[in-house]
Design a protein around this ligand. Sequence first.
Ligand SMILES: [Zn+2]
Length: 665
Amino acid sequence: MVWGAGMNRAQKHTLVAEFSVEALGVLAEEAATLEPREKRTVVQWAADERILDPLTAPIPGRFNWDYTPFWIEPALAMSDPEVRAVIIQKPAQCGGTELTNNVIGWAIDENPVPLMVIMPSERDVTRRVDVRLRAMFQACPSLMRHLGGDLTNLNIGKETILDNCILYLAWASSAAALGDSPVCLVIFDEVDKYPDLVGREADPISLGQQRQRTFLFAKTLELSTPTDQWGHIHRDFQAGDRREWWAKCPHCGENHILRWANVQLDKTKEGKLLSPSEYAAGGHARYACPLCGSIWTEVERWEAVSAGRWAPAGQGVNADGKLTGKVKPNNRRSYHVSALMLNPVFMTTDRLAEKWAVARDRYHGGDHGGMIDFINSELGEVWAPTEATTDQTALAKHIGGYAFNTIPDGVRVLTAGVDVQMDCFYATVWGWGAGYENWLIARRRIETTSFGEGAAGAMDFEPLRAFLTETFPLPMIGKTEETMPISLTFIDAQYRTDQVYEFCAGFTGGDCYPARGEDGLRDGYMTPSKLERTTERRRRILRRGQLELWRCSTLLLKSQLARLMNVPNAGAGHMHLPEGTDEDFLKQMTSEHLRIERKRNRYGKMQNSRMWVLKPAHTANHYWDASYLALAAARHRGVHRLTETTTTPPKRTARRVSSMDRFRR
Ligand SMILES: [Zn+2]
């Protein structure tokens, strides 16, 4: 038998044993080194090689997986040939960066292949390299050897050539990330903060995956704090096998998934949450096992986590720690980590309760940011309020009971909203009753003629005037002598601005104001502002009438409109649609959803902002835009003051509205 590449381990062992060690003249230890070394896993490699720097690590010294037992399985999956992708939806501070570092170090030292790390921005990469990666290289002699012993060889934004492989440290819009050189292992970090590259050829995630095609055993590690259900990480988590960590109760021995709902919080006599500082002081929050009801101490919570294990969706864990149930194999492993799984050194139930109380306080003050942050960054879960989306099938159930251009019982006031396009208007007229119950009365795409585009262009507003004045007032159903005109119309003045001003100033069939939707309006639902007298034409218009532009918060108004659309039964808040409402209208009304944008503010702090944006498959949202303007007009007319017993529409406010009369929540 001759030593060769085709031999298995047992054959090599036999061969080594067949030779007398003395006859070969080598020591036994040296004989052992003749055998090619088995490749270490990420877990073994990190335990052997990683020393954590006291400057950056909360627990310095040799890397110890015992502090984060839930990272062991995802790390092992990185060297499992059956697994193609490891996807981790996680809270903000949970050791994810060290996991990434371990995978990078292992890949370079143990499994050299072209590898790439993609972070959201250049700033993120620079920070990661300066604070964490350099420290890892410096503390690990084998990595330094691959780097040629010089830390300055580590490049950012372009390739770093090591003695055995190529490493790319890139950000989402960098040339390295968008290039086409093949890579085998790609780490996508903080994917929900990637800039939206819609309109380009592809996003960094699909580009990265295309570059892996030449490798048979290409592997992807993707991790992020989630945003909402449409974010990258949650969609990829859902496409994987959706693993949750099952913790073993030290009291009853049964396993369950840790949930924030199982945390008991002390409250005041009135049933209100205590102050954040009281929770921070400790003793007012505790985890309770949902199966046996026993209260866990922090030590017991950690015992339970340490004795736990991962199980994919569809499977459970029995008291012996064995998986129950069966699921189809999935080569995309996805994991959900929550702050409740963290070692008390990093996070305690008291500290979580404090954060929760802060978030609740801010939420009741009208600021959703803290609540979104708690759900995303502590629970590692997606933010999904009921008002965040609209559904065409659900809205279709609101059709019936009356016809277009009739005014049903219950309507007390009519308002209209108009969306101005290049060659047409989209107008909606809504009827309003007590508690914001609402009826679509008319909707029309009004064709017109236009000349030229933009500021230089003009369009014929006569067809719009005809629609608003000739069709209305309409008779009320069953009351032939009573009619109802449109009380107030809001017209979008974003486009053809001067012409809209001119139209509003000269309109005689009721009140008609120019309006503009703003994403970042911080002044309540809407606020009037004086028109700038920038041009001679505008000065002339303004001399004809006291005109103000109504700046409308698209966030608040569209959120309210979505809430109205989601009220299922007739009565307060319910949206009624007439017989014959077509699919196109339903499509447009459900064309947008509320998204979270995660951005750094000018002080460098990450901030959540919410914004209504088009759903991916939708293009037209004109009726939706026209409807939120009609809602703004309804708020202006004081619809919120209508009660069941009010018999007449609320009194019209004077045409001239003082700038002091702001509409706040
Ligand atoms: Zn229990």
